[in-house]
Ligand binder design. Structure first.
Ligand SMILES: *Cc1c(COP(=O)(O)O)cnc(C)c1O
Length: 422
């Protein structure tokens, strides 16, 4: 059952309580491999479920527009100070509601409508908010998109430089949602410097790896860092923008009053708790284990004939092109879900299929590492994925059902924060 317990909710709204209980059970029983997801600690759950949700606090610590901020100011200041210490930055703003609004604040801070912005193309692994056409960022700004090299699956830094010099974007985004390799922050910084652009490292996926020393840091290279707090960083749903001292005031003004009203104080407290957890020695072990697990899983998948974009991984994430297995990403992801393995279908670079029915799947190890799985279990995980993909192609529902039982049996030995056996 869900923990912390929810008896008052069960009495007041049994239907919602029942659904939350069922979701806790589902998260417990499934191998959660969506690369952007994790399990937060019960400490983070308690902070985000607290009375802080009752309070309005427009403004920043000691410069608020409402009274009664004696304690909220301390909470937000703790979150800011912990972010600065953990990432080694001059400035941190912990108020963005989520990763997308954090990126919008960057546009508001440094661009006028119609200005050029450069980011990785969405189907190559970028994010919607890096200037993709259906996003406000692609509609209201002139977006310039780079990609990966077809032969290597790695970011084409020659293309980044050529496009930057030709198009002179005012802002360059590096980072993305489906990049299995280390991002070369110094190389991006050199290009940005050449054209006097603001370099933004969107580290939403890898913030926890950076905090834990398992991925190089963009600090000292990028002017601005944006990140969600709920992916590898293992905090509540939210975001932060970090920057040099020089960019601090533009960022703060863009978040409030430029884009948002009152900050979500319960989330701010949850972020503070997560940052505290991420500063403990155990979190370094966690971050390195996430990468070790992803590498072990990648090797086991390659051994089973899977085609991995870039041939492997440096981080928490694996992108698989299923073309050689004769199945699309979507039917494979749906079959894997029935087999108790939760991941998402994804475009692969130079995909010949449509975005809602692409060639690939994306999977990651942050959540299963939080459960305590190690390299020792990764060959078994790869075997299940292989078996489920084969069963899907053969429409063998019984095989999928059998795997989901095996997954549940394995996970029974690995506790989940937020759930306790009844
Ligand atoms: C997840 C993500 C975001 C957006 O975060 P939301 O909280 O979903 O709005 C932005 N950029 C990157 C690179 C991401 O991976």
């Amino acid at each position: 059952m869900h923990t912390p317990r929810i008896p008052d909710l069960a009495a007041a709204d049994p239907r919602i309580a029942e659904l939350i209980e069922a979701e806790a059970q589902r998260q417990h029983d499934k191998l959660r491999m969506i690369a952007s997801e994790n399990y937060v600690s019960t400490a983070v759950l308690e902070a985000t479920g607290s009375v802080l949700t009752n309070k309005y606090s427009e403004g920043y610590a000691s410069k608020r527009y409402y009274e009664g901020q004696q304690l909220i100011d301390q909470i937000e200041t703790l979150a800011v100070d912990r972010a600065k210490a953990l990432f080694g930055v001059d400035h941190a703003n912990v108020q963005p509601y989520s990763g997308s609004p954090a990126n919008l604040a960057v546009y508001l801070a440094f661009l006028q409508p119609g200005d050029a912005v450069m980011g990785m193309s969405l189907p190559m692994g970028g994010h919607l908010t890096h200037g993709w056409s259906v996003s406000a960022t692609g509609k209201w700004f002139r977006s310039v998109r780079y990609g990966v090299r077809q032969e290597t699956g790695r970011t084409d830094m020659d293309q980044v430089r050529e496009l930057a010099l030709a198009e002179r974007p005012k802002v360059i985004f590096c980072g993305g949602t489906a990049i299995p390799r280390t991002i070369d922050f110094p190389a991006f910084a050199e290009i940005a410097r050449e054209i006097d652009a603001v370099l933004v490292a969107d580290i939403a996926h890898i913030a926890g790896l950076i905090a834990g020393g398992a991925h190089p840091s963009p600090v000292g290279h990028a002017d601005v860092l944006t990140t969600t707090t709920h992916k590898t960083l293992r905090g509540p749903r939210g975001a932060m923008i970090m920057s040099t001292a020089e960019k601090a005031s533009a960022i703060d003004k863009a978040v409030f009053p430029g884009l948002q009203g009152g900050p979500h104080n319960h989330t701010t407290a949850g972020i503070a708790v997560a940052l505290h957890e991420a500063s403990q020695p155990g979190f370094r072990d966690y971050a390195h284990q996430v990468v070790a697990n992803a590498k072990a899983l990648a090797a086991a998948l390659v051994e089973r004939g899977f085609d991995l974009i870039s041939g492997g991984t440096d981080n928490h994430l694996i992108l698989v092109d299923l073309t050689s297995k004769g199945i699309g990403g979507k039917p494979a992801a749906q079959a894997l879900d029935r087999a108790g393995i939760e991941l998402n279908y994804n475009t692969v670079p130079f995909d010949t299929r449509k975005p809602f029915d692409p060639s690939g799947i994306r999977l990651g190890t942050p959540a299963l590492t939080t459960r305590g799985l190690t390299e020792a279990q990764m060959p078994q995980v790869a075997a299940w994925i292989d078996e489920a993909v084969g069963a899907s192609a053969a429409a063998d529902e019984a095989a999928l059902d059998k795997i989901s039982g095996e997954v549940r049996d394995l996970l029974a030995g690995y506790p989940m924060p937020g759930y306790a056996a009844a």
